[in-house]
Design a protein around this ligand. Structure first.
Ligand code: F0G
Length: 482
C-alpha cells in the first residue's frame, strides 16, 4: 500500500481519513467530498519545477516509459497516490498545448501575447476529461475494479468509454435522453460502453448512478464522476502544463467554464500544493464562467455573496437555493450542453478554489457563447460551445474592467470543436441537423459491433434491470432520490 497518500474529508469538523486503496463515493462519516492528501515531508523534496523538463526526451512511445508517455504522469511526483508505475492506466492523455492566440486577442481588444488558449480538445477522446480519467482508472486498477460507471453530459462518458475499453473493464454510462451532442454519444457507443439513456437530465443521471454505486453494491460499480477525488488529481496537470509552457511562470488569470466544478477545483489544488511545496510564488486569479441557463455558482457566489470562510461555507444558503429551484421546477438549460448542470456536486470545492485563487464568477448567455465559439474557430482553435464560455466570460470581464487588456490570460478550451458539429452547422446555416436526424426514419443497426443505446425510465429498478442486475437485491435503505 501507498502510505504517503490518503483520502481526507474536506469538512474540517469531520476530517476523517481513509487509506488510498479504499473506495468511497463521499466521506463515510459525514457525506462531504473527499480530497487526496499527501505526506509531502516523507517524499523526496523537489527543488524546482524545471526538474520535469527532462521527461520530454522520454515521452515518445509507451514502450520507452509508460508514465512519461502521458502528459499527466510526466508530473507523477505531484500526484503520488499509485503503488508502482505498473498501476498506471494511460492512453497518452495530456499531450496538449498552450497556444498563443494573437489574432483572437486583437479582436478581443487585447495586446499581442496576452491571450493564451490551453487546448485540451487535443486529448485522445477530445476533451480535458482524459486528464482525470487516467488517474481514476489507475486507482480503479489498484483496487481491482471491473465495472466503471458515470453520469455525463457527454465528455466524461466518451472518456470513460475509451479508457474502459483499453483497460478491459466494463463501462456503463448514464446520459440524459436527448441531452448530449451526437459526437459524444457516438464515442460512447463506438468504444463499447453500455449506454443508458435515462429519461431525465444530467442532475437526475448523477443521482441515479450514485444510488447504484451505494445502494446496489452487488453491481460492483466504481464511480468515475468528479466526486471521485482521484479524477481531480489528474486534472491538476492541466495547470502544470500551462506553467511548463510559460517557463514555470504563472499567468495573471486562468479562465475556465464551470459545470460540475471539478476542473476549477483541481486547478486551485494544483496551485495550493505547489505553493506549499515552495515551487511557485505567484498563484494566478481564477475566473469560472457559467452559462446563464445553468448558473448555480454565479447565483450563489456573485449574486448572493456566498464565500468560503473559516475553512467551510454556509450550506443552508445552498440548500435554500436548491429548494427554490425544485419548488419552481427549474432545470438547467443551455446550448452548451456540456455544462448544462443545475446541482454541481463540487460546489464546496469550487468555493474553496475561488478563495485560494482570489476568484470571480461570471455568467454568459447562449448568444455570447455561440458568437465567441465562432470567433475562436475563426481566429484561434475550434472548440465546443461550453469551452467558448471561457472566452465569452473574458469579454465580460474586460468590459467590466475586472481584467485589463494587458494582463496575461489563459482560457481553457475544454473540448474539441468536432464534439458538437450540429451547433456549428446551425450557427452557419440555420439548419438543425439533430432535428433532421430525429425526423428521419430509423433502420435497425447492421454492423457486427453495433452497440445500441438502451432507453431507460428514471427509476432505480429499471436501471438495475438494464444493467443485467436484479432489483430485488437492493440493500434495505435506498438513498432518497430528490
Ligand atoms: N467543458 C466541457 C467541454 C465539459 O465537458 C465540461 C464538463 C465542462 C467544461 C465543465 O467542467 O464539470 O469540471 O466544471 N462535462 C461533464 C461531463 C460534466 O459529463 O462530460 P466541470
Amino acid at each position: 500500500m501507498n502510505d504517503v497518500a490518503f483520502q481526507q474529508c474536506m469538512n474540517p469538523v469531520c476530517g476523517a481519513r481513509y487509506a488510498v486503496d479504499e473506495v468511497h463515493v463521499s466521506c463515510a462519516k459525514c457525506g462531504s467530498l473527499l480530497d487526496i492528501r499527501y505526506d509531502w515531508d516523507r517524499l523526496p523534496r523537489l527543488k524546482s519545477l524545471s526538474y520535469f523538463e527532462h521527461r520530454w526526451s522520454t515521452k515518445g512511445t509507451e514502450a520507452e516509459g509508460r508514465a512519461d508517455f502521458s502528459g499527466v504522469w510526466r508530473f507523477r511526483e505531484l500526484l503520488p497516490f499509485y503503488r508502482t508505475e505498473e498501476d498506471i492506466v494511460t492512453v497518452g492523455e495530456g499531450r496538449t498545448q498552450l497556444q498563443k492566440a494573437d489574432i483572437l486577442a486583437r479582436h478581443m481588444g487585447m495586446k499581442a501575447g496576452s491571450l493564451l488558449l490551453q487546448y485540451e480538445g487535443l486529448n485522445p477522446s477530445g476533451s480535458f476529461k482524459d486528464n482525470g480519467m487516467t488517474a481514476a482508472f489507475t486507482h480503479a486498477r489498484m483496487v481491482g475494479a471491473k465495472r466503471v460507471a458515470c453520469a455525463s453530459t457527454g465528455n466524461t462518458s466518451a472518456s470513460l468509454a475509451l479508457f474502459a475499453s483499453l483497460a478491459e473493464m466494463q463501462g456503463v454510462v448514464f446520459i440524459g435522453s436527448g441531452k448530449i451532442s451526437l459526437g459524444k454519444l457516438s464515442q460512447a457507443l463506438d468504444y463499447g460502453a453500455l449506454t443508458l439513456q435515462i429519461q431525465g437530465d444530467f442532475d437526475a443521471c448523477l443521482r441515479r448512478v450514485r444510488q447504484v454505486a451505494v445502494d446496489a453494491p452487488q453491481m460492483g460499480i466504481y464511480l468515475m464522476n468528479s466526486v471521485n477525488p482521484f479524477r481531480l488529481e489528474g486534472q491538476k496537470s492541466i495547470m502544470y502544463r500551462v506553467l511548463e509552457a510559460r517557463n514555470w511562470e504563472a499567468p495573471d488569470w486562468v479562465i475556465v467554464p464551470g459545470g460540475n466544478l471539478g476542473n476549477c477545483s483541481a486547478f486551485a489544488k494544483a496551485f495550493e500544493e505547489l505553493k506549499e511545496l515552495g515551487l511557485i510564488k505567484k498563484v494566478p486569479r481564477l475566473a469560472v464562467i457559467n452559462a446563464s441557463g445553468a448558473n448555480t455558482l454565479y447565483q450563489l457566489y456573485t449574486k448572493q455573496g456566498l464565500r468560503w470562510k473559516n475553512d467551510w461555507y454556509d450550506a443552508s444558503v445552498v440548500q435554500g437555493f436548491y429548494a427554490t429551484m425544485d419548488e419552481n421546477n427549474i432545470h438547467a438549460h443551455t446550448v452548451a450542453s456540456a455544462i448544462e448542470i443545475g446541482h454541481p456536486v463540487n460546489l464546496p470545492k469550487a468555493l474553496r478554489a475561488l478563495a485560494t485563487m482570489d476568484g470571480v464568477v461570471e455568467e454568459v448567455t447562449d448568444d455570447e457563447i455561440l458568437e465567441h465559439r465562432a470567433m475562436i474557430a475563426r481566429w484561434g482553435f475550434g472548440c465546443e460551445p461550453a469551452s467558448a464560455a471561457s472566452v465569452a466570460g473574458l469579454r465580460r470581464l474586460l468590459d467590466k474592467q475586472v481584467i485589463s487588456p494587458d494582463e496575461t490570460v489563459v482560457c481553457i478550451l475544454t473540448g474539441h470543436e468536432l464534439k458538437d458539429p450540429n451547433v456549428t452547422v446551425k450557427y452557419h446555416t440555420g439548419i438543425d441537423m439533430k432535428a433532421a436526424q430525429e425526423a428521419a426514419p430509423s433502420s435497425p443497426p447492421q454492423g457486427r459491433l453495433s452497440n445500441r443505446p438502451v432507453p431507460v425510465e428514471d427509476s432505480l429498478e429499471a436501471i438495475l434491470r438494464a444493467m443485467g442486475g436484479d432489483p430485488r437485491m437492493l440493500s434495505g435503505a435506498v438513498t432518497a432520490a430528490r
